[in-house]
Design a protein around this ligand. Structure first.
Ligand code: AMP
Length: 319
């Protein structure tokens, strides 16, 4: 069989050469748009999101614009990655506001399908996630990464972009997707961008809007707890268990509802480190330069998940 190649002459009318944001809800339309870009030899970047967009998402969009000629964003609150007791029903949905933000960022395509469009009534196939999905989130959110891997793979088929941009905010998710793309030879580059934070260090998240002002103040100290761990490592503490204990204690003092995990682990596998961290070299690892190949590899990653009020929050810092 000859290799499949995009049909450049057929079916792209109506989606042609628009400088404006195009919003499509149908898989066929998203495919048609992507094929049209490929026919014009344009490089396409995809930014998958669940909407309720904030500056963190917009940073991914800006990065995507640097990496490609045209940017597609997907907004889909994916039911299969939420557990039965989780916040799928109350997850913020702010499409009109999201569209306005994407227009300002010169995004070319918004793909915003319904769950019916994505899954139909007979859907039964699922991706079995890689090993790196098992600890941490994998333990506390069974089935979560199968849902993520499946929907991301579907999005990569619907919008076969050259590059997709994800956030370090969801550190384990980014690692899971990198491993899946490598294992399954998916023809797409994965770019991971540092976490965008508020002035007080709080990582931006669509879920932050659930927090009361008092809870928000406590939540800001999550990033300070992570900063303390980085500072301890830099001043000579190399024992992962001791760093982890310090992190746990700092989080306890925020009086959370619960702490799912507070761990200092291998940045590749997210498993416990077999050895102490190498002594800090004075060559500071910076999350802000995570994409700089000249930067030394991280020795570890500190990852946390805790619930304040009813809101489950995650954050991380590379050491
Ligand atoms: P979500 O809409 O929460 O599924 O996130 C969509 C993408 O945005 C994911 O790749 C996230 O890691 C990324 N993201 C979420 N919050 C931030 C943030 N504060 N900084 C950078 N990226 C983020």
């Amino acid at each position: 069989m000859p290799p499949a190649k995009p049909d450049c002459d057929r079916g792209a009318e109506g989606l042609a050469a628009a400088a404006e944001l195009i919003t499509v809800r149908r898989i066929d339309d998203a495919r048609r748009w992507t094929r049209q870009q490929q026919c014009r030899r344009l490089r396409v970047a995809l930014v998958p999101t669940m909407g309720a967009l904030h500056e963190g998402h917009l940073a991914l969009v800006r990065r995507a614009r640097q990496l490609a000629d045209v940017v597609a964003v997907s907004i889909f609150v994916n039911p299969t990655q939420f557990g039965p007791q989780e916040d799928f029903d109350r997850y913020p949905r702010t499409l009109a506001d999201d569209v306005a933000q994407l227009r300002r960022e010169a995004v070319a395509l918004l793909f915003a399908p319904t769950p019916e469009e994505m899954y139909g009534s007979r859907f039964s196939t699922s991706i079995c996630p890689p090993d790196v999905a098992r600890p941490l989130e994998g333990e506390f959110r069974p089935g979560h990464f199968a849902g993520v891997c499946t929907v991301v793979t579907k999005l990569f088929q619907i919008i076969p972009a050259d590059v997709a941009v994800f956030g370090q905010k969801d550190y384990q998710q980014a690692r899971v997707i990198q491993e899946m793309v490598r294992d399954l030879n998916l023809p797409i580059e994965i770019d991971v961008l540092p976490t965008v934070r508020e002035a007080d260090g709080m990582a931006l998240s669509s879920r932050n809007r659930y927090l009361s002002p008092e809870q928000r103040q406590r939540a800001a100290q999550i990033s300070q707890a992570l900063d303390q761990v980085v500072a301890s490592y830099r001043s000579g503490l190399c024992d992962a268990a001791a760093l982890q204990q310090q992190l746990h204690q700092a989080l306890q003092s925020l009086e959370p509802q619960s702490i799912d995990y507070a761990a200092v682990v291998d940045p590749q596998t997210l498993r416990p480190l077999a050895q102490p961290l190498p002594p800090f070299s004075g060559n500071a690892f910076s999350d802000d330069a995570a994409n700089d190949p000249a930067q030394p590899a991280a020795a570890a990653v500190a990852v946390v998940a805790l619930t304040i009020g009813n809101t489950r929050l995650i954050d991380n810092r590379l050491l």
